[in-house]
Every structure is written in C-alpha cells, then in structure tokens.
Design a protein around this ligand. Structure first.
Ligand code: GLP
Length: 241
C-alpha cells in the first residue's frame, strides 16, 4: 500500500485528479469506478478544469459509480446520479453510453445488481477504482458487518451513514433511505488499481484501521490491504494517528 500525505484536503484531491489525468492521457479508454461524497468534490472540480482545456480527455472513458440510494429516482437532486451529472458528466459532456449507474428505482433491485456486474464485466472490468471512505470504515456502501457481500448487492445503511448522508436530503433524516445498492468488496478488489481518498480528522480512525495490518469485515476498507496496488491519498488530519 502506498500512502501519500498532503498538507490540505484540496491538495490531496487535486493530486489525485492529476494522477487520473495522467492515466487518462495514456489510456483514453480507462474504465473507472467513481465515488460521491464531499471528499471528491475538489477532485471533480480539477477534472472539469482539465477537461475544459482537453476536450478529448474523457471522450472515450467509461465510468461506473460505486453506489446509489434505493428508492431515489435518478432525477432527484439527492440521488448520486444527480450529483455525478452536476459534478462531472454534464460539464464535461460525457454521454450516457459512457456512464454506468445503478438504478435505485428498478422494479427488481436484485436483477439490477446482477445487470451492473455484467455491465462492468462487459466493459472489461475496472481499471481504476477511486474510493472515498466512510467514518465507520465503509467503502462504497459496504457497511461494517460480520459478513460482507462480494458482488453488487442491496445493503442496509447504518444510522451513522444515514446521518452523514442527510446533507444530500436537505438535512431531513426522514428522507434518507434505509437501503442502497452498492458494488461489493469483490467488485472493488477486482479493480486493477485502487485509489482511496480520505481527508479530515473524522476519517483518522478508519484510516488507522485500514492500515493496521488486520483485516476485518467490521472495517470493510481493511480488506484493501489484500490488494496489490492500492494508494491512499490523505491530508494531514486524516493521516495523523
Ligand atoms: C457515502 C458514500 C461513500 C463515500 C462516503 C464518504 O457514504 N457511499 O462512497 O466514500 O460517503 O463521504 P464523504 O466524502 O462525504 O465523507
């Protein structure tokens, strides 16, 4: 595991964006798993700026988002799909055929999870998975549990995760879904490279546990220690332990 520590959250996010840009210049057909959350916002801002100067940068890339809320329509401003449309897809002109997304309102959610796995496999698998980190050690929406799911699945959100996500729902906890769809840990570990970003003191404990040398399903991110090509992009606050 490679660890990169930056003076600020902004620097960490911009450095990660620069690394992705380098990768995209070499491999324009890059297949990326992408996160939502507050942490990656400056990364998407940096990607938008670079793509404005290099319109071809993302023209052939494929993306698959890590997760989506169950029961929230794609067009709802609180959906992760809407977040991605705002932050990356629309400003950079990415087309629908480049974008893979879980439909949290599909009639059959289990079939939707299977469809997503097939779509990722059909794209040749993930070249790079860019991940955030939950304060409780979750990756995507793989929550701490005695058993984790390998593949894309329906997951139940922890109270702390619902609270952390209330900001996308006007801070109204009653509106935050109890369930979500998420890539599984096997889907993520199948990526050829993993880049995880974590910033702020609220992530310090989870970062410490994910580097502890112990692997436990109670800290899903700790499974990343089994992957041969993981880089952590941290600011000082998340890295001090
Ligand atoms: C959500 C997402 C995760 C993300 C996490 C951290 O729960 N499902 O993929 O990593 O939030 O978000 P933030 O960056 O806002 O702390």
């Amino acid at each position: 595991m490679t660890v990169k520590i930056f003076a600020s959250a902004l620097e960490a996010a911009e450095a990660l964006a620069a690394a992705l840009v380098d990768e995209l210049r070499v491999r324009p057909h890059l297949v990326m798993a992408l996160p939502t959350g507050s942490t990656p916002l400056p990364m998407y801002a940096a990607l938008r700026r670079t793509a404005a100067d290099e319109p071809q940068l993302l023209a052939q890339a494929r993306t698959f988002n890590l997760d989506e809320f169950a029961g929230v329509p794609a067009g709802d401003p609180a959906s992760y799909r809407s977040y991605m449309e705002r932050e990356l897809f629309q400003p950079t002109g990415m087309s629908a055929r480049q974008v893979g997304f879980l439909d949290g309102c599909a009639d059959d959610l289990e079939a939707e999870c299977d469809r997503y796995e097939r779509q990722i496999a059909g794209a040749g698998g993930l070249d790079v998975a860019v991940l955030g980190l939950g304060g409780n050690g979750h990756i995507g929406f793989n929550e701490p549990a005695s058993v984790l799911q390998a593949r894309t699945h329906i997951t139940t959100l922890e109270p702390t995760t619902r609270l952390a996500n209330a900001r996308w729902f006007g801070h109204d906890l009653n509106r935050v879904p109890h369930r979500a769809l998420s890539m599984g840990v096997g889907t993520l570990l199948g990526a050829r490279r993993i880049m995880l970003m974590a910033t702020g003191a609220g992530k310090r404990r989870a970062v410490s546990e994910l580097r502890s040398g112990r692997v436990t399903t109670q800290v899903p991110a700790s499974l990343l220690q089994c992957h041969p090509a993981v880089t952590l992009w941290l600011d000082r606050d998340a890295a001090t332990y």
